[in-house]
Design a protein around this ligand. Structure first.
Ligand code: ZN
Length: 135
C-alpha cells in the first residue's frame, strides 16, 4: 500500500460539519459528491498533502446511517492509496484479511474502492482506493 489517501469521518449534518471543518482546517471543502449506490453524501477537504472525507447518510438504511446509530459521529475509516487494487485485494486475502467487497466498486472522488472487515484489522475499517485513470 502507498500513503494514507484520506481519513473518513461520519457526520450527522454535512452542512454543519463543512462549516466546522472549514474553521478547523482553515480551508473550504473543495468538492461535494453523492454516491447514491452507497446512500452517502461526501465532502472533501485538503489539509496539506492529506485529505479528509466527511460522510453523511442520505437514507436510513445506508452503512453510514447504521454506523452513526451504533457509534455516533467520528472517524469511520482510513483509506490507503494503492496502485493496483485487484492485486492488492488478492495479496490481502492471501494474508487472511476479510475483504468486504472482492470486486472493487466505484467510490467518491474518482476512485475504485474496496473495504476490509474491521474485525480483522483491530477494529479499523480500512478502505483501499485506486485512482481511476481516464481512457
Ligand atoms: Zn473514503
Amino acid at each position: 500500500m502507498d500513503k494514507i489517501e484520506h481519513i473518513g469521518i461520519a457526520v450527522k449534518d454535512l452542512e454543519a460539519s463543512n462549516t466546522l471543518f472549514e474553521k478547523l482546517l482553515g480551508v473550504p471543502h473543495y468538492k461535494v459528491e453523492e454516491v447514491a449506490s452507497e446512500g452517502v453524501k461526501t465532502s472533501f477537504f485538503k489539509s496539506g498533502p492529506n485529505k479528509i472525507e466527511l460522510l453523511e447518510a442520505t437514507k436510513p438504511d445506508s452503512p453510514i446511517a447504521k454506523y452513526l446509530e451504533k457509534k455516533g459521529e467520528g472517524i469511520h475509516h482510513v483509506a490507503f492509496a494503492v496502485e493496483d487494487i485487484v492485486s492488492e485485494i488478492e495479496r490481502l486475502k492471501g494474508e487472511g484479511f476479510v475483504v468486504l467487497n472482492e470486486t472493487p466498486k466505484k467510490g467518491a472522488d474518482n476512485k475504485l474502492v474496496a473495504f476490509l472487515h474491521p474485525k480483522g484489522t483491530n477494529g479499523m475499517l480500512v478502505e483501499l482506493c485506486q485512482e481511476i485513470k481516464e481512457g
